[in-house]
Design a protein around this ligand. Structure first.
Ligand code: DPP
Ligand code: ZN
Length: 853
């Protein structure tokens, strides 16, 4: 396969202002008729080239006359004389055989589409690229009994009977859009209806379409939708633009959800939720994804991407927007900790490994591989930094200008930055390096104190990444404050330091007592801070930094320091400092429960592995367990008290306070059980039996599962029997068992793979098993390498069905550079075995070959 490069971009030769589509829907064989009005773009004599994949071409007409089809490099080439023409094709496709879940496919009796990034070419011949914007008129025809509901983008125009049991519906979308936002749905669906009145007083009909039995589980998603619509008006001045907004839930879906214009299609996982079957985390994720897809209506749909290298233009911005929504709906501090946790778990390792790429990549083999934590989450951090540097007001003026100037256009990341500059008057030329340079910067910091002042010495290093051996210094906004070592007060109030040199010194006056350095407060920049610390400094910040993120961070730094020391030294673990910090957190009268839950959690094994040179995952697990045990025994009273107090959470309430209590209850239960397994088993079994919410039930089940089969079997069996008919909960049943630490987990995973409820065809189920297993270091990294072989086999088998989802499991094998040589060799062996497989998809080939490096 050949690489597509950003610098090769060429404007389209032909535009397609109007499209008429007719679907004769049938799961076995659907016939799609497309009539494209095309116009020549610029003075050239090149033919029209249309993408198409797995299409059976039945007929081709140009301006009404039959034409002989010609193919070049897999594209349909149409020679046209004049500057405008009507090109009609008729193709047949087989939705029920479509296991890739790209294009038109069947999911649980529903016919639906997924077109981003390049799925539309699997529906009809078309210039499948985001800078070709068209108005669509779509006629759907299907059997009325099996498919009583027929939906498409935009507004319905007309409906009726066709005879012989078939009916039709005609839809029109007045907004020009790229074909990746095209969608249709046909199925036996019920609707939760509501309405929203926009800020200019227009009524919008809202609908969430699901199977009848799932209707009661759509209430929370509907509330989130209305909240999102109001929030976007309030926060960004963005109003909805169609008379209808529909969401449809389907069980088989590669992404979380898709922002098709006026017809969002969702993975059921991000729509269906109630407290009995979804955890608080799941419920929050539903709201965040509903918001995310809704926000795309402006950041993505009204203003879209010129080419796929600009993906972060819409995804980074939209993630930043959904983060803002979640911060406003919940606790900002807790949200920020969660965001950073996600970034560190998913994006930092990507940025430090063989798949590192800038948020605006320079080349790809398969664009589906670039829907990454870098493009999404680091992309969101880059937008956040711009707001931090420019200020909230100038940032909003910048987005206003962007939406106004580029409405109806397909644009670039550069266009967005230019709007920010123009609105604020700031010069962002150096800041742009965040778009082009990969790798997580490390900021080294050292505070030097004199009699009345202090000097903060800062330096930045950006590691080499594939294709980028040398880097230029970036513009890094660091929020900094100095805190009195004796008084505990902020002796230098928070200020924004813009680090833009390789090295830089920032001075502070009026520092009249020994000071502690609180840096990167609120995680103002997505960097790794390596600060030289005085004796007792990190302990003091963990106990009293007045920025809650920085306080959390200091606690993590302290834990990481002592864990890494024990892992590398090989001796016993010094747990005193960790015990003191966790004990103080638990005893605090002022901290809220959700923060406590985050603050008492040890850094994950994956995070520790990332910080080590060639780690032994078994040793990492052993040391971390030792500390968990020490916490459970040493702080048993504090933990028990916190556990009991947290049991008062109101099961019917989804308030931040009650969710925080449940979070703390789960965290304390896990530590109590690490300290005293017998006691933990009793407590967890009782919590399981009495659980009124999935949050309580799932956390109890996880604790039991970690205690081994004797403790867990009864609860696991009960859980399965209780929720047998609920696929999203059965996913949890698979995930819990695949996330148990230790080498024995692979045996359970192999048994689960043979379970009748397991299928590779459903991405959620496959992720529940393979994703959970690969995300559990002490299980995945078996010394004999069998964990790697199992995953390689899964990738090869899944690739034959669904390359996009199969490719998602390659990255864990690509982390071999972080692992000790014996295991690393076996990881490379597994990658080589994958690459030797005949008929491998581009998706898996690209990631496996880059991972081998
Ligand atoms: N549906 C995916 C998302 O919203 C891709 N656009 O991120
Ligand atoms: Zn998105």
């Amino acid at each position: 396969p050949t690489a597509i490069r950003r610098e090769d971009y060429q404007a389209p030769d032909w535009l397609v202002p109007e499209v008429e589509l007719a679907f004769a829907l049938d799961p076995a064989r659907t016939v799609v008729t497309a009539r494209l009005s095309v116009t020549r773009n610029g003075g050239h004599d090149r033919p029209l080239r249309l993408d198409g994949e797995e299409l059976e071409l039945l007929s081709l007409r140009v301006d009404g006359k039959p034409s002989e089809p010609r193919f070049e490099d897999g594209r349909l080439v149409v020679d046209l004389e004049g500057d405008a023409a009507t090109v009609e094709t008729e193709v047949a496709i087989a939705p029920e055989k479509n296991s890739q879940l790209m294009g038109l496919y069947a999911s649980g009796g529903i016919l639906c589409t997924q077109c981003e990034a390049e799925g539309f070419r699997r529906i009809t011949f078309f210039p499948d690229r985001p800078d070709v914007l068209s108005r669509y008129r779509v006629r759907l025809e299907a059997d009325r009994t099996r498919f009583p509901v027929l939906l498409a983008n935009g507004n319905p125009l007309e409906q009726g009977e066709c005879g012989d049991g078939r009916h039709f519906e005609l839809w029109e979308d007045p907004f020009p859009k790229p074909c990746y936002l095209f969608a249709i749905v046909a199925g036996d669906l019920q609707c939760n209806r509501d309405s929203f009145t926009t800020m200019s007083g227009r009524a919008v009909d809202l609908g969430i379409w699901v199977r009848e039995a799932d209707l009661p589980k759509t209430r929370l998603a509907m509330q989130a939708l209305k909240d999102s619509m109001a929030w976007d008006e309030r926060t960004y001045g963005r109003e909805y633009d169609l008379d209808r907004f529909n969401i449809v839930a389907v069980s088989d879906f590669n992404f979380g959800a898709m922002e098709n214009k006026g017809l969002n299609i969702f993975n059921t996982r991000y729509v269906l939720a109630d407290p009995e079957t979804a955890s608080d985390g799941d419920i929050d994720a539903v709201a965040a994804v509903v918001a995310h897809e809704y926000f795309h209506n402006w950041s993505g749909n009204r203003v879209t991407c010129r080419d796929w290298f600009q993906l972060s233009l819409k995804e980074g911005l939209t993630v930043f927007r959904d983060q803002g929504f979640s911060e406003d709906m919940g606790s900002e501090a807790v949200q920020r900790i969660d965001q950073v946790r996600t970034l560190r778990a998913a994006q930092f390792p990507e940025d430090a490994g063989p798949l590192a790429h800038p948020i605006r990549p320079d080349s790809y083999l398969e664009i589906a591989n670039f829907y990454t934590a870098t493009v999404y989450n680091k992309g969101a951090e880059v937008i956040r930094m711009m707001r931090t540097i420019l200020g909230a007001e100038a940032y909003r003026q910048g987005t206003d200008l962007y939406f106004e100037r580029h409405d109806g256009q397909a644009v670039t990341c550069e266009d967005f930055v230019a709007c920010m500059e123009e609105a604020s008057g700031a010069d962002l030329s150096q800041f742009r390096l965040w778009y082009s340079q990969a790798g997580t910067p490390t900021v080294r910091a050292r505070l030097e104190q004199g009699a009345t002042g202090a000097a903060l010495h800062l330096a930045q290093d950006i590691p080499a990444t594939p294709g980028q051996p040398a880097k230029q210094p970036m513009a890094i906004p660091l929020k900094v404050a100095l805190i009195g070592a004796e008084s505990g007060r902020e002796i230098v109030p928070e200020r924004l330091v813009l680090l833009n040199g390789a090295e830089q010194v920032e001075t502070f006056e009026g520092v009249d007592e020994p000071a502690f350095l609180s840096i990167n407060r609120g995680f103002s920049a997505p960097v790794i801070v390596a600060a030289e610390r005085r004796q007792g400094e990190i302990e003091a910040l963990a106990a009293g930094d007045n920025d809650s993120f920085a306080r959390y961070e200091a606690g993590q730094e302290l834990m990481t320091r002592d864990l890494l020391a024990a892992i590398t030294a090989g001796g016993p673990v010094a747990t005193d400092a960790i015990l003191a910090a966790v004990g103080a957190t638990l005893r605090s009268q002022s901290l809220d429960p959700a923060f406590k839950a985050d603050a008492i959690a040890l850094p994950s094994e994956s995070l520790l592995i990332d910080k080590l040179d060639r780690a032994d995952p078994a040793r990492v697990h052993q040391v971390r367990e030792e500390v968990r045990r020490a916490l459970g025994t040493g702080l048993r009273d504090e933990l028990s008290r916190a556990y009991t107090a947290a049991s008062a959470a109101d099961p019917a309430s989804l308030s931040g306070a009650d969710k925080g209590l449940r979070r703390l209850r789960a965290a304390t239960l896990a530590l109590l059980s690490a300290g005293d397994p017998q006691f933990g088993a009793e407590l967890a079994q009782r919590q399981y039996d009495e659980a009124r919410t999935m949050t309580e039930r799932q956390s109890a089940l996880m604790v039991l599962a970690m205690l081994g089969p004797d403790a867990a079997t009864a609860a696991l069996d009960d859980f399965y029997a209780r929720f047998e008919d609920d696929p999203l909960v059965i996913d949890k049943w698979f995930a819990v068992q695949a996330s148990i630490p230790g080498e024995a987990t692979l045996n359970a995973v192999e048994r689960l793979q043979a379970h009748p409820a397991f299928t590779m065809a459903n991405p959620n189920r496959l992720r529940a098993l393979a994703g959970s297993f690969a995300g559990t270091p002490s299980a995945f990294h078996r010394a004999d390498g069998r964990g790697y072989d199992w995953l390689a086999d899964v990738i090869v088998a899944a690739d034959k069905l669904n390359p996009q989802t199969a490719a998602r499991f390659v990255a864990p094998l690509g982390r071999w550079r972080k692992i000790e040589e014996g295991r690393a060799a076996r990881m490379r062996g597994a990658l080589q075995r994958i690459l030797a497989e005949p008929g491998l998809s581009k998706d898996v080939f690209e990631l496996a070959s880059k991972s081998l490096g």
